[in-house]
Structures are given as C-alpha cells and as structure tokens.
Design a protein around this ligand. Sequence first.
Ligand SMILES: [Zn+2]
Length: 329
Amino acid sequence: MLNLSKKFLQAFSVSGAENGLAAIIKEELKSVADDCIVDPMGNLLIMRKGKNSAKKLMIASHMDEIGFVVTGFTGEGFVKVAPIGGIDAIASSFHKVRFQNGLSGVLVSESEVKAADLNVKKLVVDIGAKDKKDAEKKLKVGDLCAVAPMFQRLSGSRYAAKAFDDRIGCVVSAFAALHAEKPAYDTWFVFTVQEEVGCRGSKTSAFRIMPDYGIALDVTAADECGNGSPVTKLGKGAAIKIKDRSVLCSTAIVERLSALAEDAKIPYQYEVLPYGGTDTSSMQIAGAGCAAGCISIPTRYIHSPVETIDMKDLDACAKLLIEFIEKGI
Ligand SMILES: [Zn+2]
C-alpha cells in the first residue's frame, strides 16, 4: 500500500479537477474490473462481480483534496485566491503550492497582515511575477492550485503527507479491489469527486448504483479531543464510525464490521466525531436508502500539509474492508 500511496499522492486532484487521479486509479484496477464507468461528474466507478448479483455493495472514497482557485492579481503580481473546501489559513500558509499547469508558487499572507490576524481572505500566492502583466501571462482566473506534494516517513510505521485525506481512502479501496477474493455481492468501488465541497460526487454515483450496502473510507481525527476525549488514537487500528455531523451509521453495518474485526483479530476502535461529513451520508439516503457505514483511518492534523498516519492502521482498515467485501452481512 506504500507504493499505491506514493503514486496516488503525486496526482493533482483539487475538487473539480480529479481526472488525473481517476486515470491513474483506472489504470491500476483495469485487470480486475468487470465494469468501469466514468460518469458525467467525473466519478470513477469500478465493479467486481460477486457471488450474489441480486445485491449491490458500494465502496466510496473521495479523490479530491482542498485547494485554491485564482480570483485575480494584484498590481505587484501576487495571485489572489479563494479557498476550495475547508482551508485553515494558519495550517496552509508559508508552504509551496503547485498549480494544475505545473507552475510553482508559495502561499503567503498579504504583506501588512500580522500572523494573529491571518485568515483565508488574506492569503495570496507569490509566483515570482514581476508585476500584474507578468502574472497574467502565467495564470488566469479560474486556475487551481494545492499545496505541493510531500511524503515523509517519520518514525517506524508513521508517515506525514499532504492530502492523505482522502488519498489513503482511495488506496485502501484500490488495494481491496485488487486483493479481495470473490466478493459476496456485486461490488462497486467508487472513487468520488467533490467531497470536500459537500459530498457531491457520492450523491450522483450512489443514485446511479442504488446500493443495498455502502461503506465509505475516509480519514478521521486522531489524538484530538471531541467531547473531552480523543476521537480516535493513532496506531490503535481501523476506526468504525458511529457518527459524524452528516450521518448516523446504520447499526447493522457497525455491528457487522465489529464482529468481523473480532473474528479476524483486526485491531479496531470506534469513532464518534462531533463535526465533519463523509460520503457515508450520500449512500445512506440515496434513492430509497441503504445500510451505510464507514471505516475511518485515524489521522492527525487533517487539512494541513503534514497529515500524519500510522501504516498499521491502514493495514487494519484494508483487512476489515476485505473481510466485509468477501463475507457481506
Ligand atoms: Zn476526506
């Protein structure tokens, strides 16, 4: 999964511009796909036939990451930007960024802004332009950028990178698609678009599939307090979601995932997240509704350029997902 992580993390995939990553994933999974659809929004849907084709399982992980869109230029040649998704100004600023056309820049605050007053409205990108005219030769309004790729091993099995949210969800899903034995049901591995701006791609893809069961793969807060105690702990295994602000997971899924983890001795923990939203909610309320849950990957510093995970948790999430795909409810 390390190799898949490195490969997926290199792609430019700001919300609305996920086609580069979709092409990489499609190529990776073509050998196991019984069906493959890229829908009008850009969602990538890959199906593996199951033992029981009367039921459908949808696995959702989102390809997009937060970033910025160019809104204009200052006289001095700085690039004005607006956020796409939940940007934290302090976490994002004074980092290298990469535009979709390959151009590099650094995300900084407007010169007169003190650190304490920093917010997303005060961020600009310095691309080294001499003046406005020079900047306009290199970029136009509507161009996208994100923090430049970074992937760093820390100690042991812990790694830091930008956009682990939700590239590692895509990694777990792709790994399961490649390595699961015959699925219990027809299983749709869906790599969704525009999650960071309101779980949009999962709405249309869930409507298309109308699954009986849905499992999302996404990151969740680790070692950070929810209601006085950490939501999850790094290194303590796959997190079975109970709720976030968008969803109350179906108890049938929570119970089944817990039983599968117990039986296969996969380390797991429960996640009760007081904020946030995931593609789980779209699947649960698509059409006439389905039984939906989420396997979350504990992650520190979410939406910063140094999101940190423990690969052992990733292994646990993949094992648990494979168990569910093979055995079903
Ligand atoms: Zn996410």
